[in-house]
Design a protein around this ligand. Structure first.
Ligand code: 6CS
Ligand code: FE
Length: 306
């Protein structure tokens, strides 16, 4: 296919296309792990697994007392009347229950400390190979009975198209705050899918985030692409006790089912982007998204920032 231009001069990863290209996907341009094993904290073996699979699960990453503290902080944030109805607080598609709370490292001192914790930033630096900043943070709450799933997607596809993230130099850290079972909608990933960029069909609608954060329909891979990638490598869903850490590459395809259990399934989520990969104009949308979804490197965000 030909390279496509949109808001930026050159687009290395074209997507949100109006017509199908000749191929379902293109190869990723660079290595996944760009730092060195000698620098730690991740071992050579852990880095090799991350490079191969596009994710790494570390059970019992946080101590029980840390998990307890974070869960109490989460409960306090969800009680805040002044966050209700705000653009950064996303409700479920068919109920008024909280689905996601964004910019959580600016809303809460405790979550800011977690985002800056050297155990996390050290891992992120080692994977992306340089200094990082938090591009996006959120708590996904997934309430019992009402929590709906997330369709298969690559986060990078959205950040590239809608936020103008140039290259795949970002990694997500998801800290599980409730036990993950197969019945409460845990995150599912397609191993190896991070090595290709799947071109998605359909131009980005105006104000797409208002819809996509409840249920994403644009920027999702075709069934044919999913059939082939899952056919080759299957689906994995790390389960385990609260306190586990899932690191996953920005381009690993992932999704989740609804939570059919009575209890919420929540996690804290920080996206670390390499500082030299900061976002500029979106590659596949007319306007950039609001800052609660895509922070600049040295931004100081408050609930009244617009
Ligand atoms: O919009 C975002 O930034 C994130 N949320 C969704 C539903 N898809 C892309 C990305 O994970
Ligand atoms: Fe995602």
């Amino acid at each position: 296919h030909e390279d496509v231009t949109f808001g930026n001069a050159f687009d290395a990863y074209p997507t949100r296309l109006s017509d199908a290209t000749g191929s379902l996907w293109q190869d990723r341009k660079d290595a996944v792990v760009k730092g060195r094993a000698e620098d730690g904290p991740l071992s050579r073996d852990q880095l090799a697994r991350f490079e191969r699979d596009g994710f790494l699960f570390e059970p019992h990453f946080l101590a029980d007392d840390e998990v307890g503290e974070l869960r109490r902080e989460l409960a306090a944030l969800l009680e805040r009347d002044d966050f209700r109805g705000r653009d950064f607080s996303i409700t479920e598609p068919d109920s008024q229950e909280i689905r996601s709370l964004f910019a959580v490292h600016f809303l809460s001192e405790r979550f800011r400390r977690l985002a800056e914790d050297p155990r996390l930033t050290g891992r992120a630096r080692q994977i992306v190979g340089g200094d990082v900043y938090v591009h996006q943070s959120r708590i996904n709450y997934k309430p019992g009975f009402h929590g709906k799933g997330f369709n298969w997607h690559s986060d990078f596809e959205t950040w590239h198209a809608e936020d103008g993230m140039p290259e795949m130099h970002a990694v997500s850290a998801s800290i599980v705050l409730t036990d993950n079972h197969h019945y409460n909608g845990p995150l599912m990933l397609i191993p190896g899918s991070h090595k290709v960029f799947v071109h998605c069909l359909g131009e980005t609608p105006e104000d797409h985030h208002k819809q996509s954060l409840k249920s994403q329909e644009f920027g999702v891979p075709s069934h044919e692409a999913l059939r082939r990638l899952i056919g080759a490598n299957g689906i994995e869903a790390p389960t385990g006790a609260a306190g586990g850490l899932l690191l996953f590459d920005c381009n690993t395809l992932h999704g989740s089912n609804a939570n059919m259990s009575p209890d919420p399934r929540s996690n804290a989520f920080f996206v670390y982007n390499r500082r030299d990969n900061a976002c500029h104009a979106p590659y596949g949308a007319k306007r950039p998204r609001p800052s609660f979804l895509a922070h600049a490197p040295d931004e100081v965000w408050t609930p009244d920032t617009h």
